[in-house]
Design a protein around this ligand. Structure first.
Ligand SMILES: [Zn+2]
Length: 97
């Protein structure tokens, strides 16, 4: 179980590389963001997810519905960081399945 920590500053995010931390970058469309995160498994890899604030962006690529919270984020559906981590981000906690 790993806490999701919001790190808005890109430099801090890249520098710390703490498992489960994340930042949000505004996407091409209103209400859509790139959810950049450090893999919660501890390998240090960075992943990117297309998320929508309160909705699941449709159509172009895999996407997730984000509850809009940075302190206790929830994403649906589950996240599969291919090869080494598969689980859920719910209420600010990464939980492996
Ligand atoms: Zn990993």
């Amino acid at each position: 179980m790993t806490r999701a920590r919001h790190i808005p500053d890109e430099g801090d995010f890249e520098g710390e590389g703490r498992p489960g931390s994340f930042r949000l970058i505004p996407g091409e469309r209103a209400g859509e963001y790139e959810f950049a995160y450090i893999c919660p498994c501890g390998c240090g890899a960075e992943g990117w997810l297309l998320v929508g604030h309160g909705h699941k962006p449709m159509g172009r690529r895999a996407s997730w519905k984000w509850n809009g919270s940075t302190s206790a984020p929830t994403l649906e559906p589950s996240i599969n960081h291919v090869g080494h981590w598969h689980g859920w981000l719910r209420d600010g906690v990464w939980k492996e399945v």
